[in-house]
Design a protein around this ligand. Structure first.
Ligand code: PEP
Ligand code: MN
Length: 340
C-alpha cells in the first residue's frame, strides 16, 4: 500500500505514521519529496491487516492499495482460461459456446419435459428451471420447491441435459446439490457470504449472478469467497443491474462481461432474460454477449410464455429459441466458437 502524507508535515509526524505501519505488520519505506512525502508499505496486503485505518491520522492524506483483493479470481494468478466441467459438459476456454435454457420456474412435469426436449433439439446442453423462486412479493408463485427438484432430476434422466437451478437458502444447499449439476446463486443472494461458503463446500459448479446493484469489484470478490473456500468451479453471470432506465427491467452491462473476462480466468455467462425483461430484446442482447466473448448464455424458454407463473414477459417460446440459436451461428463462427 502507498500512504500519501499531507504537504508540510514534519519528519516526526511522518515517523509516527511509520510506527503505525510497522505495528500493522508492514515494512515502511518513506520517500521524502520536496513538497510531499509518501510511505510505501511493503508486505502482502491481501493477507495482512488493511492500512485503511491510517486515514484516521490527521497527517495522512490517503491510503492507496496496490494489489488486487480478488487474488484467486484474478488472471494474474491463473493466466489461462479456467474450464468448468459440468458432469462432462465443459464451459470456458476454447470449448463450445454453452447454451443453458429452460423456464424461469419449474411449473409442472409436462411444462418442464416439453421445454427440455425443445431446448435440447435447438442446441442447449444445460436445462435451467427455478424450483425455489426469489419473488418480490410473498403472494407471487414461490416455486414448487422439492417437487421442482424432483422434476428437474426427471428431466435430466429423460434428456441427458445437465441441470442448473437456484439455491435460495443455506438450508437447501445439500438437497439442491444432490439433484442438480450447477448451483445458481441469484442476484439477491450475490453477497450472502454464508450461502456462498455453503455452496462452495459442495464442490459443485457454481454460477454466480451479479447483484442488482453490485459493483464489478464486489462481484469479483463474491467469486473470491467461493475460490477461497476451495471451490474453483465458478462461472460469473451478468444479468443486468438496476439503473434509472425503465424501458428495460434491468440494464444489461456488457462492459462488465469484458471486464470480468479481462480481470478473471473464470467463464462468463450472460442472462439476457433478466437482463432486459423483454422477450423482443433477447435476441439482440444475445448477439452482444457473443461479441463480448461471453462463454455462454442463460435464456428463459417456456412452452406458453403468456401462461407462465413467473417472468412471462421475458420468456421465449420454442420457435423463438430455435430461431435465436440459428441466428447466433454466424456470429459464433466469427468469434471462433461453436455450439455443442
Ligand atoms: C432467474 O434466473 O430466474 C432469476 C431469478 O435470476 P436473478 O437472480 O438474476 O434475478
Ligand atoms: Mn426469471
Amino acid at each position: 500500500m502507498i500512504i500519501v502524507i499531507k504537504p508540510n508535515t514534519s519528519r516526526e509526524q511522518v515517523e509516527e505514521v511509520m510506527v503505525e505501519v510497522q505495528k500493522l505488520g508492514y515494512d515502511p519505506r518513506p520517500i521524502f519529496g520536496t513538497e510531499q512525502t509518501v510511505i510505501a508499505a511493503i508486505g502482502d496486503e491481501r493477507t495482512h491487516h488493511t492500512l485503511e485505518s491510517l486515514n484516521a491520522m490527521p497527517q495522512v492524506e490517503k491510503v492507496l492499495p496496490v494489489q488486487k483483493r480478488h487474488k484467486l479470481v484474478s488472471r494474474e494468478s491463473h493466466p489461462g482460461d479456467t474450464v468448468v466441467n459440468v458432469d462432462g459438459v465443459k464451459i470456458g476456454g476454447a470449448n463450445p459456446f454453452c447454451l443453458m435454457a429452460g423456464p424461469c420456474s419449474v411449473e409442472s412435469e409436462e411444462q418442464l419435459l416439453t421445454t427440455a426436449h425443445a431446448v435440447k433439439a435447438a442446441g442447449a446442453t444445460i436445462l435451467r428451471g427455478g424450483a425455489f423462486k426469489p419473488r418480490t412479493s410473498p403472494y407471487e408463485f414461490q416455486g414448487l420447491g422439492k417437487e421442482g427438484l424432483r422434476l428437474l432430476a426427471l428431466a435430466k434422466k429423460e434428456t441427458g441435459l445437465k441441470i442448473i437451478t437456484e439455491v435460495l437458502s443455506e438450508r437447501h444447499v445439500d438437497e439442491v446439490a444432490a439433484s442438480c449439476d450447477i448451483l445458481q446463486i441469484g442476484a439477491r443472494n450475490a453477497q450472502n457470504f454464508q450461502l456462498l461458503i455453503e455452496c462452495a463446500r459442495t464442490g459443485k459448479p457454481i454460477l454466480l449472478k451479479r447483484g442488482l446493484s453490485e459493483k464489478i469489484e464486489e462481484w469479483l470478490l463474491g467469486a473470491e469467497y467461493l475460490l477461497a473456500h476451495g471451490n474453483g468451479n465458478v462461472m460469473f453471470c451478468e444479468r443486468g443491474i438496476r439503473t434509472f432506465e425503465t424501458y428495460t427491467r434491468n440494464t444489461l452491462d456488457l462492459a462488465a462481461v469484458a471486464v470480468a473476462k479481462k480481470e478473471s480466468h473464470l467463464p462468463v455467462i450472460v442472462d439476457p432474460s433478466q437482463g432486459c425483461g423483454r422477450a423482443d430484446l433477447v435476441r439482440a442482447l444475445c448477439k452482444g454477449a457473443v461479441a463480448m466473448a461471453a462463454d455462454g448464455l442463460l435464456i428463459e424458454v417456456h412452452p406458453h410464455p403468456a401462461e407462465a407463473l413467473s417472468d412471462g414477459q421475458q420468456q421465449l417460446d420454442f420457435a423463438g429459441f430455435a430461431a435465436l440459436v440459428k441466428d447466433l451461428q454466424p456470429l459464433l463462427a466469427a468469434m471462433g466458437r461453436t455450439v455443442a
